[in-house]
Design a protein around this ligand. Structure first.
Ligand code: FAD
Ligand code: UDP
Length: 393
């Protein structure tokens, strides 16, 4: 990968050396850098304040030689074939269907709630049809489903809501589900059949050699220079560039002029254990509010690696730290709109990604967003070319 130093990025002629300065080497910034370079032949400087590419999807071999995800488990899933086709230029895939268990009282049961979950918890042997009736009898209809509490209670009733969602959500977000938009808990479906996969998407898999290797291949282009451990504020006045693409937090870019957008953070506690296996599946959720972490991930399940030891991570949600999650609730959406209005009136900067557009996006959605921005740029370039040709003919 063409990694450079700050000195070589800022030295040389006074003319713009880079067509694009892209802030953030996660999915948003890296996909756009690849497209602009390979698709339009643009010169790109891609920077990140971290010491690695890949953003939150970064993975690496730890001191024991086990591949782990530094920022928690990242499972690729999508319904969009074109996203798979695009990423497949840079990686082969390992088939992987994600399964999660939740520790509820003395039971380890599937989440999303499914037939097995209900039969185990209640000591029943229901069929699928009976489970549907069971849930219907417990569901408490809510007229105007607005919040993350409403949507679950409306589907499964208060008891299952409290067992699986209330405590987990209060820990994860530092807010009660009644204070969060319904889009948060509605990410997790409810099933009456035995399907115990976490995601229902058509495509579910992991990059065969890991995410970081996929990013390395994506960015391995002569037109892309990469500067790591470099914050935008430290180079904004020094680098010559035509257009800025910013995938960091939009409120930070605008110096918090309307106030801070709330983001939820996590502390990851990584451990390597002197045993081959720790838990029965890759992720076990702990919805009990008395347990300080939300989930434990065992990475070998995700990667398929065999190793005599095993590496796990605990996730402790917190308010301060790296911004990981935009917090979906009406007042935050209003605040974001004010920043977006500023962004819309700034012709030389585009905002992208989970932090740049303050959207609780999965990886595939961020790839889709970056490809869409590229499409708009490519079309504008084609229009400009056409009118230049028209003018000269
Ligand atoms: P990021 O990956 O956050 O990249 C932004 C980059 O910008 C960062 O590297 C940051 O260092 C850099 N940056 C910010 N500001 C500056 C600055 N001023 N100067 C220089 N650099 C800067 N998605 C899935 O599809 N499946 C999953 O299983 C999944 N699991 C997740 C688990 C966790 C714990 C988390 C937090 C997220 C998960 N996601 C998952 C979501 C996924 O991480 C995001 O959709 C994706 O990584 C967002 O990419 P991005 O490029 O927008 O942002
Ligand atoms: N959730 C929950 N209990 C669970 C799993 C999820 O209450 O066992 C809620 C919680 O609010 C969480 C949201 O559903 O933030 C979305 O879950 P998902 O697994 O998609 O979260 P992510 O992987 O993005 O952290």
């Amino acid at each position: 990968m063409p990694q450079i130093t700050l000195e070589s990025a800022v030295s040389g002629s006074t003319a713009a050396r880079y067509d694009y300065l892209i802030v953030g080497a996660g999915f948003a910034g890296s996909v756009l850098a690849e497209r602009l370079s390979a698709g339009l032949g643009k010169r790109v400087l891609l920077i990140d304040r971290r010491e690695h590419i890949g953003g939150n999807a970064y993975d690496h071999f730890n001191e024991a030689g086990i591949m782990v995800h530094r920022y928690g488990p990242h499972i690729f899933h999508t319904n969009a074939e074109r996203i798979v086709q695009y990423l497949s230029r840079f990686t082969e895939w390992r088939p992987y269907e994600h399964r999660v268990l939740a520790q509820v009282a003395e039971h380890l049961v599937p989440i999303p709630i499914n037939l097995t979950t209900m039969n185990t918890l209640y000591g029943l042997q229901m069929t699928e049809a009976q489970a549907a009736e069971f849930l219907a009898s417990r569901a408490q209809p809510v007229d105007n489903v607005r919040t993350s509490e409403d949507i679950v209670i409306n589907q499964v009733g208060r008891e299952l809501y409290e067992l699986f969602f209330r405590g987990y959500t209060r820990k994860q977000w530092g807010l009660d589900p009644s204070e969060l938009d319904k889009s948060v808990t509605s990410r997790v479906p409810t099933r009456t059949n035995g399907d115990d996969r976490y995601f229902g998407d058509t495509f579910q898999m992991m990059p065969l050699d890991g995410y970081t290797r996929m990013f390395e291949r994506m960015l391995d282009q002569p037109n892309i220079d990469i500067l790591l451990e470099t914050d935008f504020v430290d180079v904004r006045e020094q680098v010559n560039y035509g257009h800025l693409v910013y995938s960091g937090p939009i409120d930070e870019y605008y110096d918090y002029c309307f106030g801070k957008l709330p983001y939820r953070s996590l502390k990851f506690q990584h451990e390597t254990l002197n045993q081959a296996q720790f838990q029965p599946v890759s992720v076990v959720n702990y919805p009990d509010e008395a347990v300080p972490y939300t989930r434990i991930t065992e990475y070998k399940y995700l990667t398929g690696q065999t190793h005599p030891l095993t590496s796990i991570s605990y996730e402790f949600p917190c308010a301060d730290g790296d911004p990981y999650y935009p917090v979906p609730r009406a007042e935050n959406a209003e605040l974001y709109k004010r920043y977006k209005a500023l962004a819309d009136s700034a012709p030389n900067v585009s905002f992208l990604g989970r932090l740049g557009t303050y959207k609780y996006y999965n990886m595939d959605q961020v790839v889709g967003q970056a490809l869409a921005l590229y499409q708009r740029i490519a079309e504008a370039a084609a229009d400009a070319n056409a009118s230049a040709c028209g003018a000269s003919s």
